[in-house]
Write a new protein. Structure first.
Length: 265
């Protein structure tokens, strides 16, 4: 089993008065996540916080779960137990947003992206390590993996510009400047149960994971993220440097970055 450590930082950016991002670093659950709220004013913040709280609560409630339990959604046997936990948690969060809008019409139109990394359960907290990570996401909040000096993007953005890039009709550079760059094609919004993308990974000692909202990934180039993530500094300092890089790039949106380090026992 491996030990994990983490740090997180969040900043409203230079052009926003409010910070609608939310995050969670639950070491006891080995769950780490970032959510980027949309909807303006307080609604975006409410959406991201409701999503994070709902996902954390479900992961906590299912920490001793098995495939024989009664699941709120059909169990997907192509996924691991953790994959099913995350998929169900995201869909429950989507429904909770719908319930909140039904109860308060002023919240209509709120939504949030979300990205999470859940490490398989090891021994009780303080008595051992953790196992393989499972990544889940909806929207354009991202998860990266830095390993041996190389940075790879684990998630694929659910956004209009990213679909154009994947189709080969737009470059990454053009996508970063496009006026529709903030248009997501998938989010937690209270509507139909969303499709939740999941991927299971094999952990390697010394690698780092980064979760972030698009206030970072939409501004800071891939090469700069890789360079900062690879620096031999504290995780807290690395988070601060990534926030500073986004603000140096104009800070047009809220910025949240969460960095996870994997080490041997």
């Amino acid at each position: 089993m491996l030990r994990i450590s983490s740090a997180v930082a969040s900043h409203p950016g230079l052009r926003r008065e409010e910070n609608e991002d939310s995050y969670s670093t639950r070491d006891d659950l080995a769950l780490f996540m970032v959510a980027d709220g949309m909807g303006g004013h307080a609604a975006g913040e409410i959406a991201s916080r409701l999503a994070v709280d709902t996902i954390v609560a479900f992961i906590n409630d299912t920490r001793d779960a098995d495939i024989n339990r009664t699941w709120p959604f059909p169990y997907d046997h192509t996924l691991s137990l953790d994959g099913n936990r995350l998929k169900a948690a995201f869909r429950l969060a989507n429904r909770r947003l719908g319930s909140a809008v039904d109860a308060n019409d002023t919240l209509r139109g709120m939504a949030t992206t979300a990205a999470a990394v859940l490490f398989s359960q090891g021994n009780p907290p303080g008595q051992g390590g953790r196992g393989a990570p499972t990544v889940a996401h909806v929207g354009d909040s991202r998860v990266y993996r830095w390993r041996d000096g190389s940075l790879s993007q684990i998630t694929q953005d659910h956004s209009w510009v990213s679909e154009q890039v994947r189709a080969g009709v737009m470059t990454e550079k053009d996508a970063r400047r496009h006026p529709w760059r903030n248009v997501v094609t998938r989010a937690l919004s209270g509507g139909t149960d969303p499709e939740v993308d999941t991927v299971e990974l094999a952990p390697v000692r010394g690698e780092r994971f980064q979760l972030c909202s698009d206030g970072l990934s939409g501004v800071v180039p891939h090469e700069t993220i890789a360079r900062i993530l690879g620096q031999q500094e504290s995780l807290e300092k690395i988070c601060d440097r990534l926030i500073a890089a986004a603000n140096d790039g104009g800070g047009p949106d809220n910025i949240t970055v969460l960095v996870i380090q994997i080490d041997a026992p």
